[in-house]
Ligand binder design. Sequence first.
Ligand code: NAD
Ligand code: UDP
Length: 309
Amino acid sequence: MNRILITGGAGFLGSHLCERLLNEGNEVICMDNYFTGFKKNVAHLLDNPNFELIRHDVIEPFKIEADQIYNLACPASPSHYQYNAIKTMKTSVMGAINCLGGAKRTKARVFQASTSEVYGDPNVHPQTESYWGNVNPIGIRSCYDEGKRAAETLFMDYHRQNGVDIRIARIFNTYGPRMNPEDGRVVSNFICQALRGENITIYGDGTQTRSFCYVDDLIEGFIRLMNQNEVTGPVNLGNAHEFTMLELAQKVQEKIGGSSEIIFKPLPSDDPKQRQPDITLAKKHLDWQPTINLDEGLDRTIAYFQSPI
Ligand code: NAD
Ligand code: UDP
């Protein structure tokens, strides 16, 4: 049994990770400030004696003894990370420093939830880990993109300088039950709009692409990356099947039916035109690849939003 700290554990991905690690017999400490996460996401775990929930902001120092730390604390949707851009940057940078300091002190292995956003609006397609990216340092997405890039830098420097045992995952768009329907991400937006009979809002002309990974596949990738000794990362984790936002909207429309029509709204600035992970490294070192295709994952996610648990 390991004692495992998960920052951002009451969020979408964090709550699935808490559940999975508890099911495997670990002790889990979930730390969250509830900025974008909810106690209700982990309410079903509260009776488990191996589960502990702490309200704490990751930018403030903390001392917790753990064997492993997963650092997920950070707002992840554009509307939420832009709400207080300075706080987003602080969360990435100070959160990384606090987790790395803790890992250095306790000799814990520490995992960083990085993102495909480190590639910005990529000129290399699909994106390999060796690509340095095309990121605007002064735009409205920069607080998130540059914050996550700075966090990767800190992880690598603590590793090189202090021998801290790190793992870095570059996560591509992930969806599934417990996405926050208010956070504006495309899969939850389209599904909730269609379920409410509202029009489905495509930003821009809908030709931009994303590659969507179902949450259970991603969590499997997290665990495999954390518990192997071949690579520190960064390793891309995501589904390599790429779709345009128009294709996604049409799929959701067909699955849910109803009166919703597809409408077009202005594209936010710096919105990446294309995104697809090259997952060669994850296949090779983690023997990992997604198993749930978009149709199946959308069906499960629609079922959740029809009756959220
Ligand atoms: P989420 O918003 O549901 O979860 C983030 C959690 O972190 C929330 O519970 C929030 O309350 C908490 N949090 C935010 N700031 C905090 C702070 N200062 N102190 C403590 N807790 C704080 O988002 P998610 O999709 O679950 O994302 C989890 C992590 O994965 C994030 O770091 C995100 O950048 C990364 N990621 C997610 C995706 C994706 O598609 N879901 C893609 C790339 C990277
Ligand atoms: N998007 C959209 N309609 C929406 C929400 C998002 O067309 O209601 C687009 C958005 O402009 C982007 C893509 O969907 O091109 C993915 O957006 P999301 O915020 O989910 O993730 P990210 O842009 O961070 O990859």
